[in-house]
Design a binder for this molecule. Sequence first.
Ligand code: FEO
Length: 402
Amino acid sequence: MRPVEVKNGIHWVGVVDWNCRNFHGYARSAMGTTYNAFLVEDEKKVLIDTVKAESLSQFLCNITHICKPEEIDYLVVNHLELDHSGCLEKIVEKVNPEKIFVSPMGGKVLKTFFDCEDWPIHVIKSGEEVSIGKRTLRFFETRMLHWPDNMFTYIPEEKMLISSDAFGQNWATSERFVDEVDKGRVERLMAEYYANIVNPYSPKVIKTLESLGELGLDVDMLCPDHGLMFRGEEDVKFALDAYSRYARQECENKAVIVYDTMWHSTERMASAIASGIADGGCSVRLMSVKANHHSDIMSEVFKSGAVVFGSPTHNNGILPGMADVLTYIKGLRPQNKVGACFGSFGWSGECVNILTDWIKAMKLDLVEPAIKVRNRPDHDTLKECYELGLNIAKAIREKTGK
Ligand code: FEO
């Protein structure tokens, strides 16, 4: 897509990645994504953020619609993950900038990615300002949101906050602003992005939102580096409120049953537990790890008050598909939930002990009993599963208070 002038003299020059389906090598991005970058025309011309290496030619084309790359004076590197810095080396060569602004941790991380000894790197402190003519750039370090080097760039004269990965969504669109598309869809994609990328850093999100409030920043345009941008008081508040909810990990009266199965015994148990949860007044979703990507499972886990894991015993362990999903979910640190488990076995029966250990390691509140059955669940076992479902629903409602 061609550049878009988002404010007078400030242009979106990013790239739309229509066919990205594997975001960063681990998360599903079913709707593609964008790498947003901004060119500010002032006494100094400033390029804020770059794009991934594969998108260099489109990026240069977009810049060239506004000015010659060599006319750019300053580069701002808000974040060094390679979707925003993959083409940085080439851009530095082409632009030959007077200054490159990075956060203190950015200065350290930069050296681990690039041969940059002769680059004009300016490490700026959080809160520091740089005049570029009629406008000012003010930088805020947002360490561990979600990498050590992250920072935001604020342009007070324009009430514009460029927020790196925060508030992003993976959605490739021809539109650039949230007010041009379905806001419900933006919210779902923002939640998915948060669940799969930002969730482990929720305490940092809370602190960042608090400091933005304390600083009293006036923002009427919020520009994440992925997806659509928020303009106007209402949409900026929509994004900030959503992040405030996500960071508190508020959950709904719902459960997700994540399971794998060999000969359908564990699946039948899952189904009976689901019936109990539903009859106990909570919504429930069954997600086989074979039928669902771990990103989609995590997005459900994020919203749910309960996560229920099921696996048969396999070679004294659990099925490998379950191990993948458990590793992924644990790393994303879901909180404020209850957990339960179940499984079938033929002879040794380690499955529920292993799944219980995972639940404890995730620090979820365990709902007992863990149920295991030899070979096939009979009527009595399925009744036990149903009752476990009722107990899970009760525990969810106690947790959410709804
Ligand atoms: Fe969009 Fe952390 O990179």
